[in-house]
Design a protein around this ligand. Structure first.
Ligand code: FAD
Ligand code: UDP
Length: 391
């Protein structure tokens, strides 16, 4: 059997970035095992049957302030400049329920004027800016604590029209019940900047995410085996890791679920999963923005139209995707997309992390393995840092 110096489970950001650096900079022979039939993890994209480039596991927009991450990934792709904008789509007020309203999310000074009318919206916006400062970002939970009755009324409006129903759909819980860092990702923004992110580097890999990963993993020291469940070939017992029944003392980087690695012995970690409803339509364009959030009604949270993101020019056809969130049950077809961060679940995760620490050559890395809500750039940064330590 071929000898490997390092074993990496998972070919998403965590796996691909560490594989490349161990192979290239440390000259290690790296085996990457990936359960899915493709690389790129949840960032995987591919053309659908109509030829529209879609994101199979939900819309992925790259954005970062971390120059090192941007530079590293830029070795494997050029970028299409894309600044993501999102609008909330809500039913009109009681007299005109069929006339829907759209305004920018993060809720900003323009949203305020659309919601409250130009004059009143401007006056309220000035008041918010006087209270918090221009271009400031204020989380909805913070805004709700403001004692000024007019600001409290704005906070109630935004809470009701942007946050509470969307968050109930996404998490099955209210904004107060979930980790406050989650709603803080989309603060009220006292600005007229309509962009979803303000990061220095934003864009989409020019030919897509999958080719970027294929290039990253294309190295003579890297072997990728697709469609392989690593847990069928790994055994962990008494501080020793076995691969294919033989002790393996090389580096092991595991980017899957921590609970699954240890046979769920302390019980399963809770997650939210998503069902994606793809629809291909015979028209050039379906909606005004890359993503439209349905923050008040509809069973889905948001609709993404991929052509806005990718800039693909394909007349007469477009593909959209609706996202439906629900509890992850562990069924084989389900994918655990979001860790549910709270003290109880973090404590359960810590038990698995303690077990992992008994294996000196084992590293848990990634959104699943670390049970965290990481964006792509955060995982790439963590992968670079782990590689720094190992190379
Ligand atoms: P993953 O991409 O999940 O990769 C882990 C890989 O390990 C998977 O391919 C899995 O199949 C494999 N694996 C697991 N267990 C095994 C096993 N036993 N054997 C073999 N292989 C195994 N981030 C952004 O920055 N911008 C966005 O716009 C954005 N949008 C998102 C939208 C959605 C709906 C979701 C769910 C996430 C989004 N993210 C976004 C986050 C992004 O997906 C993650 O940060 C990133 O994918 C994490 O990379 P990873 O390598 O940790 O995990
Ligand atoms: N959120 C909301 N309404 C919105 C957008 C976001 O209530 O219109 C809340 C919701 O709880 C969501 C969280 O903010 O889960 C983070 O949103 P983000 O768009 O960052 O989620 P992701 O793209 O990671 O699913």
């Amino acid at each position: 059997m071929k000898q490997y110096d390092a074993l990496i489970v998972g070919a998403g950001y965590a796996g691909a970035v560490t594989a490349r650096r161990l192979a290239e900079e440390a000259g290690k022979k790296v085996l990457v095992l990936e359960r899915r039939p493709h690389v790129a993890g949840n960032a995987y994209d591919c053309p659908d049957s109509a030829g529209v480039l879609i994101h199979q596991y939900g819309p992925h927009i790259f954005h970062t302030n971390d120059k090192r991450v941007y530079d590293y990934l830029s070795r494997f792709t050029s970028w299409r400049d894309y600044q993501h904008t999102v609008v909330a789509n809500i039913p009109g007020e009681s007299g005109t329920p069929n006339q829907r309203l759209q305004y920018p999310v993060p809720f900003n000074l323009d949203s305020l004027e659309i919601a409250f009318g130009p004059q009143e919206g401007k006056r309220l916006g000035d008041k918010l800016v006087a209270a918090y400062g221009p271009e400031k970002k204020v989380t909805i939970l913070e805004l709700r604590h403001n004692p000024d009755p007019e600001i409290a009324a704005i906070a109630d409006y935004v809470y009701e029209h942007v946050f509470v129903h969307y968050t109930m759909k996404q998490w099955g819980q209210t904004p107060e019940e979930i980790d406050p860092n989650t709603t803080a990702r989309v603060p009220v923004f006292l600005s007229r900047d309509p962009r979803y992110f303000q990061d220095a580097y934003q864009g989409m890999p020019l030919e897509g995410y999958t080719p970027m990963f294929e290039r990253m993993l294309d190295h003579p020291n890297i072997t990728v085996e697709l469609g392989v469940d690593a847990l069928k070939r790994l055994e962990l017992a008494d501080g020793v890791i076995k691969l294919d029944s033989q002790a393996f003392d090389g580096t092991v980087i595991y980017t899957g679920q921590a609970d699954e690695l240890f046979g769920f012995r302390f019980g399963p970690l809770p997650y939210r999963t998503l069902d994606f409803g793809f629809e291909t339509l015979p028209r050039d364009v379906y909606q005004t923005h890359g993503t439209v959030n349905y923050t008040v009604d509809q069973p889905y949270t948001r609709i993404t139209e991929f052509k806005h993101l990718t800039g693909q020019e394909l007349p007469g056809v477009t593909t959209i995707m609706k996202e439906y969130s629900r509890a992850y049950t562990g069924a084989e077809v389900e994918i655990p997309y979001y860790a549910i961060i709270n003290p109880e679940n973090n404590a359960l995760y810590a038990k698995y992390a303690d077990l992992a620490a008994q294996y000196p050559n084992l590293h848990l890395l990634g959104r699943l393995a670390e049970y965290k809500y990481y964006n792509m750039d955060a995982i790439a940064a963590r992968a670079l840092a782990l590689a720094d330590a190992l190379v």
